[in-house]
Ligand binder design. Structure first.
Ligand SMILES: CC(C)(COP(=O)(O)OP(=O)(O)OC[C@H]1O[C@@H](n2cnc3c(N)ncnc32)[C@H](O)[C@@H]1OP(=O)(O)O)[C@@H](O)C(=O)NCCC(=O)NCCS
Length: 171
């Protein structure tokens, strides 16, 4: 079993080119855009690596955004601003050679704990993601994500309130 590093921010010298999660669109995004986007401050990627080889086992990318109030369940729309602030979990992928070892779970925990920590300082409703297919939707459901009922893109969200209730603000 591979020995893995704790999550840390992507660095320029990391080998993004060798990463392969089995989904070409995500491989390409990581190779071409992850480092560049970090340099221009539009997203941050965090990686877990193989401790021996330095190979990237998985990455998660966070940025900020907003959703329309109309996307929320009707019961949550009252007395809310038109634009609801969210953290965007834009990408989460694990190299095929490291899948099924808990890397995805570790990256997700890192992302959700980071979001809860940030939300103590800057107002934010939840963590949003755009799953690529129904299989991956089940992965996100494991962590409390639910489909936004009125969003045409079928995004999924987990509320900061619910993360706090489930202990994600503990150190
Ligand atoms: C989906 C993905 C991130 C999971 O990462 P992973 O490291 O293999 O997952 P883990 O080993 O941490 O598993 C965590 C839990 O999720 C479950 N899980 C893993 N992949 C799953 C999937 N595709 N669907 C549903 N559940 C899944 C595991 O069974 C495990 O649950 P358990 O703890 O109850 O046993 C990874 O398979 C991947 O990168 N796939 C290709 C890229 C992709 O589709 N990314 C998502 C884009 S929206």
């Amino acid at each position: 079993m591979a020995r893995l590093t704790p999550p840390r921010q992507l660095e320029e010298t990391d080998d993004c080119a060798g990463f392969d999660c089995g989904r070409e669109s995500m491989n390409q995004w990581f190779r071409r855009h992850a480092w560049r986007n970090q340099q221009i401050d539009v997203s941050r990627s965090t990686v877990i690596r193989d401790a021996e080889t330095g190979m990237i086992a998985g990455y998660v990318t966070l940025s900020v955004g907003h959703i329309e109030r109309e996307y929320l369940p009707k019961s949550s729309q009252r007395n809310r601003p038109e634009n609801i602030p969210i953290f965007l979990l834009g990408q989460l992928a694990v190299d095929t050679r490291f899948q099924g070892m808990g890397v995805g779970r570790s990256l997700m925990f890192y992302a959700l704990k980071t979001a809860v920590g940030m939300a103590k300082e800057i107002g934010c409703y939840g963590v949003l993601t755009h799953p690529l297919d129904d299989d991956v939707r089940r992965f996100y459901q494991n962590f409390g994500f639910e489909q936004l009922p009125h969003d045409p893109r079928r995004s999924m969200i987990v509320r900061i309130k619910d993360l706090v209730r489930n202990g994600f603000d503990a150190d």
